[in-house]
Structures are given as structure tokens and as C-alpha cells.
Design a protein around this ligand. Structure first.
Ligand code: C2E
Ligand code: CA
Ligand code: CA
Length: 585
């Protein structure tokens, strides 16, 4: 961080403090490069951003402290050098929110274990001077427990009965119950002692109300089990979102180290006709609701750490499937299960390998090696595709630094072109001393269809810095070809559907010819994808295609496959960029 900015009171200087309800500490998890892997709702509220504004971005480039970017990778290097048990690095200063406002905050960085050998960075943010706890608990008196100060099960049941009963004003409001348990209490007790276990429970008990809205209730119903009652929640999706917020990982400093703990949660919704009757029926409805939540928790228990399950037979299936996929991918990203495989690109004229395309793979602990089609669609829904792109970019840049003489192409989703991509790319290249011409950015034609000035500006910025831009799956996007003249495009990749039926299909051959001529006329490089046979390679070469890629030359494989003996293979090019910019095909 920038060595400690002056403390400014919230509200001074016309700087606005975050809105009410967003003034609690927030946490973001990043990799050692600052790429945001995960961010909690409190952090989003503090910086006035949505998860997708942050996920996959480098934290210090999105959230600026004291106006100047602090060097997060350098801070991480300092923490690593200091070794385990080092205190967090912290600073108080002005944080600039995404909506243009700013506020005084305390911000700290610490390391939490490692995912696949890479450290996970915990970045915490809290309004400066904030220490107050929100007042959210059940009515005073009723049997609070000494450790957490929360009420117990009898008080919970009484409150829930009252809420479901007819004795309140008007009809009972819809509500949901979330039953949570703390995943690692036994481990913490065993490894760090009972005192640390109690401390963990106390921290969880303080954190849960902060993750709820004013008026929601929390009780402690067993040593490591908590129940929250959420008012005004009528639909499963809202209930699941709230439960996920409650169950989000929590980083707790215990015995000199940061322990990340997760919660499991079971959710149940009150049936619309649950209350409104006499007190006895309301009490029965309250019991039933707690039972439903607890049976959902049982299912969550079988599903593993951090799982959230809904007891709501009808709506369950659909809601769960997407939530599960998203949760699963978050976990995978945190644990470093995303891999990058490299598929060779060859120069048909010179008959040698000139580079690779970096393709995302997920080494799933249960499902094996997954292809992008298995996880990118779900990732897109939640904004995690930007994290995937960022992780692949980092890996590709490291690859380029290790392996001179080749280029690497990365795919970027259109949404990632949000105004920060070009800067991230050029900064990553500069930091590693890699020539910009060696990184190729592949963009789907459809990304250019929308009349959005931001992607265009990003492409211009990339091109101005010397990074070649290729249009992927060329020929499938129905784009007006005029964009090839307007935009800084360096090359096209002929979609593999046009290559698949070569040499037999005459229409495909004509299209391949036309695209080659178009590329030559516009001084664009031409690369044919999906080349599976020697006959296809021969025909494409004869018809002016300079570059090719496909199973005939090699599939996407891990780096070690292409560089087996540490050294660089003889077939690699001498130190010369793979695809020189704007060389006619
Ligand atoms: P793409 O960019 O068109 O990548 C080429 C796809 O064709 C790859 O599939 C590759 O394995 C496959 N392929 C290569 N040669 C042949 C061949 O000779 N025959 C056939 N039938 N297929 C071949 P993959 O790896 O499953 O990737 C699918 C798509 O996922 C990619 O299509 C790309 O659009 C997307 N993708 C992959 N990695 C990333 C990433 O890091 N970020 C983003 N945003 N998208 C990615
Ligand atoms: Ca591609
Ligand atoms: Ca393609």
C-alpha cells in the first residue's frame, strides 16, 4: 500500500461515507498478482461495485487507495518474505469508490494458506474508526449464551412463533430460516486448542448479524450451529442469495495465523399459509420450519464445505444447479484447479511451430479434466468468466517469459473489455519484459457487433501498444466487414466449421479462398483452425493460408508436454516474434 495516507474523517472534505448498511468490514480474496478470486457483499457495498466489477480484475487497479495505485504484488512479496505468522500490512487512507465518491478506510493485506502452491491474499477493508456492532438480536433477556451473547433455541422458537402467528399487525410477512454450522470447529479445537475454537465461534457470532439486514434475527442453537430468521423473503432465489452471503468464507486471525472458515447452510421458506392461525398452530409452523432448515443443513453437510441447500421441493432443482456450479467453480479457482493448456500454431510456409493458443482447462477433483464448454457458460452467468480470463492471461504471460521465440494467443470474453483490460495486459507484459508482439488477443467476431465504444477503445489501446488482435471463429459472426477497416485488427482465424469439410466440400473451399483473399487484400494475417488432416493442411497452404492450428499438428496440452526436457526444443523458432504484426499472409 502507498505507505499510509492521512486519516480523513468520513464526511469531511465533501467525501461521503458509504451508504447505511454498507459500513461493515468487507473481504476480497486475490491471487498473488492481485486478481480478485472472490469478494464478499460487504466489500462490494464499501466500494460501490458489483461482484462482476471486481472479479477477475486486479484489485489495486479497480479500488484505488489514496488516489495512487498501491503495488499489491510488491506488498505480497513483502508478506511472503516475512514468512508465515507475519502481521498483516495495513494502512489508513482514502479509498476511491467505483461511483466516484470516496471515504476514509482501514485496509489490510494478509496471506491465507496457498491454493496449488500459490498464496491466496486476504484484502480487508473497513471504514476508518468503525468498531460498532449492529444491533440485531432477539428481544433482550431470553437466555443468551455467555460466549456469543446470542439467544438460544427457546427464544428463537418464541420469536419465530410470534412472527408466524396472527397476533402481529396484519397478515404474517413471508420469511426464511437459515440454519448454519461452522465447518472447521473440530479441526480448530484439535489443532489450536479449545480457546481458539471459542474465539472462532465468537467471531462467527459477530459476523453473522453483519451479513444480514436490520431486523433479521440470529440465535445460537448448538455449540457450532446458528439459525438466522430473514424477514420479507418470499422466493427461493432471494433466500439462497442471503444464505450464501451468510455462509461465505470468513477469515479469522487465530493463534497468530489467518484461518479461513466456511459455514454450511440449510434454508427453508415459510409456507404462505403457515401462520395466521392460533398460537398453537403458529408454534407448530415454527417447529416445522426449523426442522425443514435443519434437514436442508443435513444435505449441505453431505455436499461438503461451504455448501448451501434449500428445502423447497419444487423450486429446488433449478436454483441449486446453477448455484452449485458457481460455488464449485469458485472453490476450484481458489484452489488453483484452473490450468492452461497450449495448442500449437504452425507456419505452413516455413513448416515450423511459431506459437500456441492458451486454452482454459479445469482439473476437477471429481469430474476430471473439464473443457471450457463444461464450465464457461455457468461462469458467464456469475461474472467468473472474467476471473478465468485473468488467470489464463497471467499463466500465458509467465509462459512467454519462460519460453522465448514463440507467441501465445489468449481468448478474451467481450465483457472483459471493460476499459481496464488493455492496461492490465500492457502492465503484465512490461513487468515481465515481454515484447507486446508476442501476446495475441483473440476476440470473437460477435464481440464487435454491439455498437459499444468501450471494446473498440480497448482494442485501439492494445494495438497502439503493439499487441496483435485476431478475430476468432471468423466467418460465423455475420459482422459487417467494414469493421475490419475501422478497427485495429491484425488477423483472422477461419472458423473450423469451414475447414472440417475440406478438401471435399466445394463451398467450404470457396469460402476459404475468399477469406484468404480478403485477408491478403487488407494486409491481415490468416490462420486456419481445426486442421485435422495432412490433406487439409496441404490444401490450405496451396491457397495462401500462412498459419494453421488443429489436431493434425497437436492438441492442447500442458506446457511440459511441449517443453519436456526443461530446455527449448530444436523445432522452436529462433528469437523472433511468432506472428509479426500486419505481415501479409
Ligand atoms: P476457440 O478459441 O475457437 O478454441 C479452439 C477450440 O477448438 C479449442 O476447444 C480446441 O481444443 C479446439 N480444437 C483445436 N483443434 C481442433 C481440431 O483440429 N478439431 C476440432 N474438432 N477441435 C479443435 P476448447 O479448448 O474446448 O475451447 C472451446 C472454446 O472455449 C474456445 O474456442 C474459446 O472460445 C473458449 N475458451 C477457451 N479458453 C478460454 C479462456 O481462457 N477465456 C475465454 N473467454 N474463452 C476461452
Ligand atoms: Ca480462440
Ligand atoms: Ca476459434
Amino acid at each position: 500500500m502507498t505507505g499510509g495516507g492521512a486519516l480523513v474523517e468520513p464526511g469531511a472534505d465533501g467525501r461521503r461515507a458509504p451508504r447505511a448498511g454498507s459500513d461493515r468490514a468487507g473481504t476480497a480474496l486475490t491471487d498473488d498478482d492481485g486478481v480478485v478470486l472472490e469478494v464478499d457483499p460487504a466489500y462490494c457495498a464499501l466500494v460501490a461495485g458489483r461482484p462482476r466489477d471486481l472479479l477477475g480484475r486486479r484489485l489495486h487497479e479497480v479500488v484505488r487507495v489514496d488516489g495512487g495505485p498501491f503495488d499489491l504484488p510488491a506488498a505480497v512479496a513483502r508478506l511472503l518474505a516475512a514468512g508465515s505468522g507475519a502481521p498483516p500490512l495495513s494502512v489508513e487512507g482514502v479509498v476511491h469508490r467505483l461511483d466516484g465518491t470516496s471515504f476514509a478506510a482501514r485496509s489490510s493485506l494478509s496471506l491465507s494458506g496457498a491454493a496449488a502452491g500459490r498464496p491466496v491474499v486476504v484484502a480487508r477493508l473497513a471504514p476508518a474508526g468503525d468498531g460498532a456492532e449492529p444491533a440485531r438480536a432477539l428481544p433482550a433477556g431470553a437466555g443468551r449464551d455467555a460466549l456469543t451473547g446470542l439467544p438460544g433455541r427457546p427464544a428463537l422458537l418464541a420469536a419465530l412463533t410470534a412472527l408466524l402467528g396472527a397476533d402481529g399487525p396484519g397478515a404474517p410477512a413471508p420469511l426464511a430460516v437459515v440454519h448454519c454450522d461452522v465447518d472447521r470447529l473440530a479441526v480448530v479445537n484439535d489443532a489450536l486448542g479449545r480457546g481458539a475454537g471459542d474465539e472462532l465461534l465468537a467471531v462467527v457470532a459477530r459476523a453473522l448479524p453483519q451479513r444480514l439486514r436490520a431486523g433479521d434475527l440470529v440465535a445460537r442453537v448448538a455449540p457450532d450451529e446458528f439459525v438466522a430468521v430473514l424477514g420479507a423473503v418470499a422466493d427461493p432465489a432471494t433466500a439462497l442469495r442471503a444464505a450464501r452471503r451468510l455462509a461465505a468464507p470468513l477469515v479469522v486471525p487465530l493463534a497468530g495465523r489467518d484461518v479461513t472458515t466456511t459455514l454450511r447452510a440449510g434454508v427453508a421458506l415459510a409456507r404462505p399459509d403457515a401462520g395466521g392461525a392460533g398460537p398453537e398452530e403458529a408454534a407448530r409452523a415454527a417447529e416445522a420450519l426449523l426442522r425443514d432448515a435443519s434437514s436442508a443443513l443435513g444435505e449441505a453437510g453431505r455436499a461438503g464445505r461451504g455448501a448451501v441447500r434449500l428445502h423447497c421441493p419444487a423450486a429446488r432443482e433449478r436454483a441449486l444447479r446453477s448455484l452449485d456450479a458457481e460455488e464449485d467453480l469458485r472453490r476450484g479457482l481458489r484452489r488453483g484447479e484452473l490450468e492452461v493448456h497450449y495448442q500449437p500454431v504452425v507456419d505452413l510456409r516455413e513448416q515450423r511451430r511459431v506459437g500456441f493458443e492458451a486454452l482454459a482447462r479445469w482439473r476437477h477433483p471429481e469430474r476430471g479434466l473439464l473443457l471450457p464448454a463444461d464450465f464457461l457458460p455457468a461462469a458467464e452467468e456469475s461474472g467468473l468468466d472474467a476471473v478465468v480470463d485473468a488467470v489464463v492471461l497471467t499463466a500465458a504471460l509467465d509462459f512467454l517469459q519462460r519460453r522465448p521465440g514463440v507467441h501465445v494467443a489468449v481468448n478474451v470474453s467481450a465483457r472483459r473489455l471493460d476499459g481496464t483490460w488493455a492496461a492490465t495486459v500492457t502492465e503484465g507484459l512490461a513487468r515481465r519484459g515481454v515484447a507486446p508482439q508476442r501476446l495475441v488477443v483473440e476476440l470473437l467476431e460477435t464481440a464487435l457487433l454491439a455498437d459499444d465504444p468501450v471494446p473498440v477503445a480497448e482494442l485501439r489501446a492494445l494495438s497502439a501498444r503493439g499487441v496483435p488482435v485476431f478475430i476468432d471463429d471468423f466467418g460465423t459472426g455475420w459482422a459487417a466487414l467494414s469493421y475490419l477497416r475501422r478497427l485495429p485488427v491484425d488477423g483472422v482465424k477461419l472458423d473450423r466449421s469451414f475447414v472440417a469439410d475440406l478438401p471435399g466440400d466445394r463451398d467450404c473451399a470457396r469460402i476459404a479462398d475468399a477469406v484468404a483473399a480478403l485477408a491478403a487484400g487488407l494486409s491481415l494475417q490468416a490462420l486456419a483452425e481445426g486442421v485435422e488432416t495432412a490433406a487439409q493442411a496441404r490444401l490450405l497452404a496451396e491457397r495462401g493460408w500462412r498459419y494453421a492450428q488443429g489436431w493434425h499438428f497437436g492438441r492442447a496440452e500442458p506446457e511440459e508436454h511441449w517443453y519436456p526436457a526443461q530446455g527449448v526444443r530444436a523445432t522452436d523458432a529462433p528469437a523472433r516474434p511468432g506472428c509479426p504484426s500486419r505481415e501479409p499472409a
